[in-house]
Write a protein that binds this ligand. Structure first.
Ligand code: ZN
Length: 152
């Protein structure tokens, strides 16, 4: 029998994340609720085991699946340092595949800008395939890793 959490992590293909739920909305867009697999972290300032301070949701567009656009909703953990002598306070978890305030997952950004660098011309079909609003792609910031584009 397949381990459900392991299988969902494999299907997502984003190491460090698991899928908690998947729904399809009335427009056919797929929404995936994801969380990181981390259960305990240390304070980045003093190393004391951090205490959970709840979660905050962020959403990004991800690579399409089966021709349907995908949004990931990440319930990011908020942590706080329990040591009263530590000045770190609270912080929100981070992951290299979903950057703070990003509108695209990193693999989607690499895919988009990998095509843009090669002179790929946007058209409406391609935008719909990615589920992107054109201005999101134009206002994103090209970065390293474009040659490692991940294809859906
Ligand atoms: Zn601390």
């Amino acid at each position: 029998m397949v381990d459900g959490i392991g299988a969902e992590a494999v299907l997502l293909g984003m190491p460090g994340f698991v899928v908690r739920a998947v729904v399809e909305d009335d427009d056919g867009e797929v929404w995936g609720a994801v969380e990181t697999t981390a259960t305990a972290v240390g304070c980045p300032a003093c190393g004391v085991r951090a205490r959970s301070k709840g979660r905050r949701r962020v959403q990004v567009r991800d690579l399409s699946v089966g021709g349907r656009s995908v949004r990931l909703v990440w319930s990011k953990r908020r942590w706080t340092c329990p040591d009263p002598d530590c000045g770190r306070g609270s912080w929100t978890e981070t992951h290299p595949e979903i950057q703070p305030r990003a509108v695209l997952s990193e693999r989607t950004r690499r895919w988009v800008f990998g095509h843009a660098r090669r002179g790929w011309r946007w058209n409406l079909t391609q935008e719909r395939r990615l589920g992107l609003v054109l201005c999101e792609a134009r206002h994103g910031e090209p970065g390293a890793g474009g040659d490692q584009a991940v294809r859906s």
